[in-house]
Design a protein around this ligand. Structure first.
Ligand SMILES: NC(=O)c1ccc[n+]([C@@H]2O[C@H](COP(=O)([O-])OP(=O)(O)OC[C@H]3O[C@@H](n4cnc5c(N)ncnc54)[C@H](O)[C@@H]3O)[C@@H](O)[C@H]2O)c1
Length: 704
């Protein structure tokens, strides 16, 4: 046995230590589970053992869960049932050992790791930053299949179990103790003393009873069926509200728990593995797993094969204290970097500071930070209208108004006030990085670092190297994005880069449809039903019709007629001077937290009828076409990178796997036919992109 080490002490306390060879973390691969099974079969006949402790030899990790590669490969329902049932059987062997079992969670316990812990009689955890406990399966489109939906609600009650299973959120040891998931926790550095003490308590009948009594699920009145139904119905309603039913896993988890909570556990496990198997072979699961692997790929990509010494980025500066400048400043201060913000306008500086303060206040409210921490972070921010005080900057983020002349002049004027090694990153949404770099004496330290709005919520950063950008600058910025907790996708320096280039076609098309139909709500609702987080017209209001208009104009100039800005936007922005939500008037009117359709806009539109199918395809296939062009022009390295950028930058529904995955799932031949139909009916912009034509001809799709 090489992955499990068994030690039996003189006191007949046994330790089974999991140490997966050649891996940083322990994973419950099939072969490892079989090895564990053999070990358990042998142990069960050992009459001497009084208590068995499961632990891990990995620092900061107990068990990372099942092998996601194996989950991804499951495509046959019967095979899936056999596989997950085998896992259940092995954990049942732990539950049925003839002596007491204790799981010592001395690091993160994810998915199958937590389920293994649940199969033991007792659980304790080390209190450390890394000791997180979670059942995150739902994030991969499945639910816990090794007994998690059975043992957890039986242990801690359904009220506490539901959020853990339905959100997949990780909890710390203290919280796990509070809800009764673990029986004790202690600081990692005193583990030996505390573990020995806990073992003594468990072996003493009186003290053992006390431990068991503490963890009894509260709210015993919930045993009543009517109350249980109420809870499960409410959970289902909440999930449907959040997901519009697009994610089957949380709904299936609720259904399984509802059907099994009062059954003997063996019956419950049978229902669990049968329902698990249906989910694991489904498209949503496969799409979410692909997204997971893409994010892992991004974590590994440094931006260059060459190795460079990484900068520490202690001191930063922001030029332009607008919506984006304020958000970026907040992010840097959150990571304890000092931030000096410069603007020409004192009012903007004050607004940016109050914006930063507001984000911290929200975090204070949910106890993410203490008052002291917030005070310290705010003290890192300084505001100025002067050019002085920037010489020690490691990074300067430029976020002034979207205007190439202004940006170029500002960069040229400001460069002498920085040191030669300061990396300068532009947050431009659409302008050429290479062009802007021409105004600098040291263009190799200039790069695009395009954040998305709101910075505190959106996970994507497009990283755009210009022609002169050095690999050293690129590697440093890619690494910084990761430290900031963001996902960097490297894209080429083309107008609108990747995400805005594709997204703008969708918003622009919505305005074309609106001008023909006056169907504001239908357009937004059809997009939301597909899974978009908000409809394109509401999104235009949220982004700001002024911001959107400027970017749309840049794209129209660069890409020509297929990106021609809708006449309706021109009138709404130029003649009616509407800017959207920030001034309470755009496509919608915003009053007292409600939104109403703006009649001024409707009066500009014709009232033709268009089918829902045409509306949806116009919105989506115009994006597919532009995405195909972007891949063809190598704006991004691969289809999965385009898909992740659209998911993280626009909220394109993850369960669909991305815009290209969606197109593949329909079939490119069908997509091409629909595009031709739309081109005949609505205009040349729908003519299938040459790359789609080529793929159809070769009987290929985007992903192969
Ligand atoms: N708003 C968005 O959703 C969004 C998203 C991503 C990127 N961007 C990009 O970020 C940049 C800023 O956008 P924003 O929405 O924050 O704009 P904004 O209009 O809210 O803010 C721009 C700020 O720049 C300041 N400014 C103008 N000239 C200046 C100068 N010479 N020196 C110093 N400051 C000056 C203005 O006073 C203003 O405070 C733009 O390039 C934009 O394309 C915007």
């Amino acid at each position: 046995m090489s992955n499990f080490k068994l030690e039996i002490g003189k006191d007949n306390i046994a330790n089974l230590t999991f140490d997966l060879k050649n891996e940083k973390v322990n994973i419950l691969r099939s072969d490892i589970l079989l090895e564990l099974e053999k070990e358990l079969d042998r142990l069960k006949n050992n009459k001497k053992i009084k208590l068995l402790v499961f632990k891990s030899a990995k620092e900061g990790n107990f068990i990372a869960g099942a092998d996601i590669n194996e989950i991804k490969d499951l495509t046959d329902e019967k095979e899936a049932i056999n596989k997950v049932k085998k896992g259940q059987d092995i954990l049942n062997k732990i539950a049925n050992l003839p002596f007491t079992t204790l799981c010592y969670i001395n690091g993160s316990a994810m998915g199958g790791g937590t389920e293994l812990a649940l199969a033991c009689d007792f659980r304790v955890a080390a209190e450390s930053e890394k000791s997180l406990i979670a059942l995150p399966e739902v994030k991969l489109g499945i639910f816990p299949g090794f007994g998690g939906t059975q043992r957890l609600p039986r242990l801690i009650g359904i009220i506490a179990a539901l959020p853990l299973i339905l959100t997949g959120k990780a909890i710390v040891a203290k919280k796990a103790y509070k809800i009764g998931l673990i029986d004790d926790y202690f600081p990692l550095k005193y583990e030996k003393t505390h573990l020995d003490k806990f073992i003594k308590r468990v072996l003493d009948e009186k003290q053992k009873l006390r431990i068991l009594k503490r963890r009894k699920p509260k709210f015993l009145f919930l045993q009543k069926k009517i109350l249980k139904d109420l809870i499960f119905n409410k959970a289902k309603k909440n999930i449907l509200k959040q997901t519009f039913g697009h994610y089957p896993a949380p709904l299936a988890a609720i259904d399984v728990m509802r059907r099994t909570i009062d059954l003997p556990i063996e019956k419950g496990l049978e229902i669990e593995h049968k329902e698990f198997a249906k989910l694991v072979i489904g498209d949503v699961c496969k799409n979410l797993i692909d997204i997971y692997f893409t994010t892992e790929e991004i974590k590994r990509n440094k931006g260059s094969k060459e190795n460079f010494k990484l900068k520490s980025f202690k001191n930063t500066a922001i030029l332009g204290a607008g919506v984006m400048g304020g958000g970026i400043a907040w992010l840097y201060s959150k990571l304890d970097m000092s931030v000096r913000i410069k603007d020409i306008n004192n009012n903007s500086l004050a607004l940016a500071y109050s914006h930063i303060n507001k984000i911290y206040k929200e975090l204070l409210k949910i106890r993410k930070y203490s008052k002291n921490q917030v005070t310290n972070k705010l003290s890192l921010i300084s505001l100025t209208t002067a050019n002085e005080g920037f010489k020690n900057c490691d990074l300067m983020s430029e976020a002034v108004t979207e205007d190439i002349k202004l940006k170029k002049k500002l960069l040229a004027d400001f460069e002498p006030y920085l040191n030669k090694k300061t990396i300068i990153a532009s947050n431009t949404s659409s302008l050429s990085i290479t062009e802007m770099a021409k105004s600098l004496k040291n263009p190799e330290r200039f790069i695009g670092m395009h954040y998305f709005n709101p910075v505190n919520r959106m996970p994507l950063i497009e990283v755009i190297p210009g022609k002169e950008t050095s690999d050293e600058t690129l590697v440093n910025i890619v690494s910084l994005c990761k430290k900031l907790g963001k996902t960097p996708v490297i894209v080429a320096d083309v107008p609108g880069f990747l995400v805005n280039r594709i997204l703008l076609t969708y918003i622009n098309e919505a305005f074309h449809i609106l001008s023909e139909t006056a169907m504001v709500r239908d357009i937004d609702e059809i997009a939301c039903e597909f899974g978009m987080p908000m409809g394109p017209l509401y999104l235009a209001d949220v982004v700001g019709l002024d911001v959107g208009y400027k970017v749309a104009k840049v794209l129209e100039k660069s890409y020509g007629s297929r990106m021609q800005v809708s006449k309706l936007i021109e009138i709404i922005y130029n003649d009616l001077n509407l800017v959207g939500k920030k001034n309470n008037e755009g496509i919608y009117l915003y009053k007292n937290e409600h939104k109403f359709i703006n009649d001024k806009v409707i009066s500009l539109c014709k009232k033709q009828k268009i089918s829902d199918a045409d509306i949806l395809d116009r919105l989506l296939l115009i994006m597919v076409n532009e995405a195909a062009r972007s891949i063809d022009e190598k704006v991004v390295s691969a289809p999965n990178m385009l898909d992740i950028a659209m998911i993280m930058g626009t909220g394109f529904p993850p369960f669909r796997g991305g815009i290209l995955k969606y197109a593949d799932s329909i079939g490119l031949e069908k997509i091409s036919e629909r595009l031709k139909y739309l081109a005949r009916k609505y205009g040349d912009r729908f003519e299938p992109a040459p790359y789609i034509v080529k793929l159809v001809k070769n009987k290929q799709n985007f992903y192969n």
